[in-house]
Design a protein around this ligand. Structure first.
Ligand code: FES
Length: 126
């Protein structure tokens, strides 16, 4: 790790981090991963790493966040995908191997993978 030489340098790093965060939040795409105890036990950490890697490989901007217990132990790991103006879809039993197809079909082609979906929350009207 390099040493900071001035307050200006620190401010510059902070501003760049803020800009990066804002661009990810403003993309309108959120991927939410259940990280309750059962989610972690079922492999949610590995799924999150696979999601981050896939997004990075495909240069897709999305806001990835984690939540605690989602209340559906049997369906863990759970991954929700939400895109601006569309329903939030919750996918169950997601594995690292399923992540590329999830990103390809849902995020890129806009098609819900019905056989993996466990619920859908309608988009909120503003
Ligand atoms: S601990 Fe499993 S759903 Fe909450």
């Amino acid at each position: 790790m390099t040493k900071l030489k001035s307050v200006e340098e620190l401010k510059k790093i902070r501003d760049e981090a803020r800009k990066d965060l804002m661009s990810r939040v403003q993309t309108g795409t959120r991927i939410i991963i259940g990280m309750g105890t059962c989610g972690i036990a079922a492999g949610a950490r590995e799924v999150m790493q696979a999601v981050l890697k896939e997004l990075d490989n495909r240069k897709i901007e999305a806001h990835v966040e984690t939540v605690g217990c989602v209340g559906m132990c049997a369906k863990e790991p759970l991954v929700d995908v939400e895109q601006a103006g569309k329903s939030r879809v919750r996918y169950g039993n997601i594995t690292q191997e399923k992540v590329p197809r999830l990103i390809e079909e849902h995020l890129i082609r806009g098609q819900v993978i019905q056989e993996w979906a466990v619920s859908r929350m309608e988009a909120q009207k503003t």
